[in-house]
Design a protein around this ligand. Structure first.
Ligand code: F6P
Length: 376
């Protein structure tokens, strides 16, 4: 598909990749409006992430086509978790980088704009490093785990949804004198659990960065009960790990377990693994004797309209991205630092993760409020 883009100052393609999140459409709109109205750019919207780039599926993005999308959740471009280097093609994983490079050339792109999380930053870096493609990225994810940006868009909305869920769990927990275990997303980072846990007044918050022990969790809950508290709320990040799990011995056991699972899978036998929060709830019941229930929030945290804070952030980053594109400032991620949109070299971001430090002010806040991080 050869496009004639000679009348434009430059041509860009925008794609959204990885898990969707609220704020993506606000960011697309904030890039497209100045790009077409102020900077005279031709803008392609590439559908369904890097797969759309392989399959040449694009739309024209114009002022009219981004009108009214500011408040919409998800992404109007569609997304996928496809990686250029390992794309599933007819059941086989293939390196589609050469096809992507060819299509970018045919479209006459001066820059490929990728809106995504950690995986997307790496994929964009790959196309720049190994294919010589000019890239510009924006940090989106509910996990808030991208390096060199104070915050990512999508995070605030997800934290609000999780907080509301924890609020609702309080009343039913109190009525029944129960322990409520609430599992939130966040991949390998604890930002979402920590934020929603504090805002929702959780009694125990478990995050991947601070391994827990069941004894410490049970102690907090039992002591609360002794003080006459009718309920306890335990917020669990999906990536939380126990102190036992990070020990060497455990790793050896896990390796053996994985080998066994592989054999079962090969033999086409069902593999049923107990979800993390169920495991924790079962152990809480055993150690405290208190009735315990589990709520897993899942993809509800990624759906629906973006919060005002996410709309603001996505719009600020999108507007800055358009400016950098006009200045031909490529191969950068547009992040936010001290309220300012900044261009960070993509190599400083790709493959890096921003995790919760055990001394993070929010962790210290939990501890000083008398709640527990499950480690002591
Ligand atoms: O990265 C965002 C995220 O929602 C993580 O918190 C979660 O682990 C993962 O995506 C879920 O991915 P999927 O939507 O592919 O199931």
């Amino acid at each position: 598909m050869l496009q004639n883009s000679s009348n434009y100052k430059s041509t860009i393609g925008i794609l959204t990749s990885g898990g969707d999140c609220p704020g993506l459409n606000a960011a697309i709109r904030a890039i497209v409006k100045p790009a077409v109205n102020k900077y005279d750019m031709k803008v392609f919207g590439i559908l369904d992430g890097f797969r759309g780039l392989v399959e040449n599926r694009t739309i024209d993005l114009t002022d009219a086509s981004v009108s009214g999308i500011l408040t919409m959740g998800g992404t109007v471009l569609g997304t996928s978790r496809d990686k250029p280097t390992k794309m599933s093609m007819g059941g086989e994983k293939m390196d589609m980088t050469p096809v992507i490079l060819e299509n970018i050339k045919k479209m006459g792109l001066d820059c490929l704009v990728c809106l995504g999380g950690g995986g997307t930053q790496k994929n964009a870096f790959h196309l720049y490093k190994n294919g010589g493609v000019n890239v510009l990225t924006l940090p989106k994810t509910i996990d808030n785990d991208i390096a060199k940006t104070d915050i990512t868009f999508g995070f605030d909305t997800a934290m609000q949804i999780a907080t509301e869920a924890i609020d609702r769990l309080h009343s039913t927990a109190s009525s029944h004198q129960r322990v409520m275990v609430c599992e939130v997303m966040g991949h390998k980072a604890g930002w979402l659990a920590l934020g929603a846990g504090i805002a929702g007044g959780a009694d125990v918050i478990l995050i991947p960065e601070i391994p827990y022990t069941m004894d410490a969790i049970a102690k907090t809950i039992t002591e609360r009960r002794k003080r006459g508290k009718r309920f306890s709320i335990v917020v669990v990040a999906e990536g939380a790990v126990s102190q036992q799990e990070v020990s060497m011995e455990y790793e050896e056991k896990e390796t053996k377990k994985k080998e066994l699972l592989k054999k079962l899978k090969k033999a086409d036998l069902p593999v049923i693994e107990e979800p993390l929060s169920n495991r924790i709830a079962r152990k809480i019941e055993k150690l405290t004797g208190l009735e315990t229930r589990v709520t897993t929030l899942g993809h509800i945290q990624r759906g629906g309209v973006p919060s005002a804070a996410d709309r603001l952030l996505a719009t600020q980053l999108g507007a800055a991205a358009a400016r950098f594109l006009a200045e031909k400032k490529y191969n950068v991620m547009v992040g936010i630092q001290n309220r300012k949109a900044v261009a960070v070299n993509i190599e400083e971001v790709a493959g890096m993760k921003k995790l919760v430090s055990p001394n993070d002010p929010l962790v210290l806040t939990v501890r000083s409020s008398g709640a527990s991080m499950g480690d002591c």
